[in-house]
Ligand binder design. Structure first.
Ligand SMILES: [Zn+2]
Length: 146
């Protein structure tokens, strides 16, 4: 934690704090996420489960969806915290969701240890399918019609 900037430490603290709002009666696995926009606002999210398991939403997507709803599209960093001593990485679906909005810092933390793992969205999902992939397809299609 000490090697993080004050702003990044705050992000981890916000993610730790919001874990308590997780609704996870099935897994009992609380996750908190704090997303910092490029304008410096911090928007939090927690995981929320559902008796119909497919309706579950992870903390990362919860934070991003909340940010999008508030009109934010550009992100600077996301902190994700679980109660595992070794920080856990986002699931595949969340990695795809995060990469939709470009590349930014990912800080994985723990509520039970001071272990931190820092990465970038692009490094968590190599060869990602992104909006640029669709742009490439649309340009290819337009060229083929000429
Ligand atoms: Zn996830």
């Amino acid at each position: 934690m000490e090697k993080l900037s004050v702003a990044d430490q705050d992000l981890v603290h916000r993610a730790r704090e919001v874990m308590k709002n997780a609704y996870c009666p099935y897994s009992k696995f609380q996750v908190g996420a704090a997303l910092r926009t490029q304008s410096g606002e911090v928007i939090v999210g927690a995981n929320h489960e559902n008796a119909s398991y497919g309706g579950t939403i992870c903390a990362e997507r919860s934070a991003v969806v909340s940010a999008l709803t508030q009109g934010h599209r550009k992100f600077d960093a996301i902190a994700i915290v679980t109660a595992l001593d070794d920080p856990a990485a986002p699931c595949g679906l969340c990695r795809q969701f995060l990469v939709e909005f470009g590349n930014y810092k990912v800080i994985l933390g723990s509520s039970t240890s001071n272990k931190i793992f820092e990465s970038q969205v692009k490094d968590l999902l190599p060869y990602a399918f992104t909006p640029a992939s669709l742009d490439d397809y649309n340009q290819q299609s337009t060229a083929a019609q000429k």
